[in-house]
Design a binder for this molecule. Structure first.
Ligand code: ATP
Ligand code: ZN
Length: 213
C-alpha cells in the first residue's frame, strides 16, 4: 500500500466522534482498537493517526500527515500553512471575551489597559489591534475561566458554545470575536497520486453533505 492518505484526527475530544462518523458515512472503515494511535482502513487507501488536536495543523504542514480535521480556532491560532479543503459543519463554537458578571464593562473599549487571560493570544491580539484596544494578553493553557476570580486577569477570551460554563464561573459575555467549525485541511504539496485519492474522498464527503441538506 504505497499510495494512501495519512489522515490525522483528534484522539479523544469534541472533534473525535463527528470526525469518525464522517468517514463512516462515507463508507470508509476505521477500526479503532483500544489505545491504538494508528489504524489502516480495510476498504479505502487511508491510514488514520489519532492525535491531540493542537498537533494536527503542524503535522499537516510538515507532511507527517496528508490530511487532518481540526477546529478553525486551533488552525488560525497555530498560523500553520495548510490548505482548507472542506468545511465540515460540526464542532461549532465561538471565541468570546467575557468579564465578571458584576463588572460595569459593557463595551470592547472598556478593555483598555485591562489584563485578558486566554489560550488564543494570536486571535485575541488581532482583534485588539483591529479595534484599537490596548490591553495586556496573559497567555495560559487551560482553566481560563477561573483567571478573573483568582485575580489573574480582568477578563478572559475563551471558547463558548452555550454560555453555561461562563455563567457557572460568574462571567458574562462581552463580545464574540471569532466563529469556528471543524475543517478538513490538507498538506499543500501533495503528490498527484495522493491528490487523486483526496478527490475521491472529497466527492464522497460532498455526497454525504448534500444528502443531509
Ligand atoms: P486535545 O486533548 O485533543 O488537545 P482539547 O481539550 O484541546 O483536546 P476539545 O475540548 O476536545 O479540545 O475541543 C476540540 C475542538 O472542538 C475545539 O478546538 C473547538 O474547535 C471545538 N469545541 C470546543 N468546545 C466546543 C463546544 N463546547 N462545542 C462544540 N465544539 C467545541
Ligand atoms: Zn487541544
Amino acid at each position: 500500500m504505497k499510495n494512501y492518505l495519512k489522515i490525522a484526527v483528534q484522539k479523544s475530544g469534541r472533534l473525535s466522534e463527528d470526525s469518525l462518523n464522517l468517514f463512516k458515512e462515507c463508507g470508509i472503515k476505521v477500526e479503532m482498537g483500544k489505545g491504538r494511535l494508528r489504524t489502516v482502513s480495510s476498504n479505502f487507501p487511508a491510514e488514520f493517526l489519532f492525535l491531540r488536536d493542537d498537533d494536527i495543523p503542524g503535522y499537516v504542514e510538515d507532511g507527517v500527515a496528508d490530511l487532518g480535521i481540526v477546529g478553525e480556532n486551533v488552525l488560525v491560532e497555530s498560523a500553520k500553512q495548510v490548505e482548507v479543503v472542506k468545511t465540515l459543519g460540526f464542532s461549532k463554537c465561538r471565541l468570546s471575551i467575557a468579564v465578571p458578571k458584576e463588572t460595569s464593562f459593557s463595551l470592547p473599549e472598556d478593555l483598555h489597559g485591562k489584563r485578558i487571560a486566554t489560550s488564543y493570544p494570536r486571535i485575541l491580539s488581532e482583534y485588539l489591534q483591529k479595534n484599537h484596544i490596548h490591553a495586556h494578553i496573559h497567555e495560559i493553557s487551560g482553566s481560563v475561566e477561573i483567571a478573573p476570580s483568582i485575580g489573574l486577569a480582568d477578563a478572559i477570551c475563551d471558547i463558548v458554545s452555550s454560555g453555561s460554563t461562563l455563567l457557572s464561573n460568574g462571567l458574562k459575555e462581552l463580545d464574540s470575536i471569532f466563529r469556528s467549525e471543524a475543517v478538513m485541511v490538507a498538506h499543500s504539496g501533495l503528490a498527484e497520486e495522493k491528490k487523486a485519492i483526496l478527490e475521491r474522498l472529497l466527492f464522497r464527503i460532498s455526497s454525504v453533505q448534500t444528502a443531509k441538506d
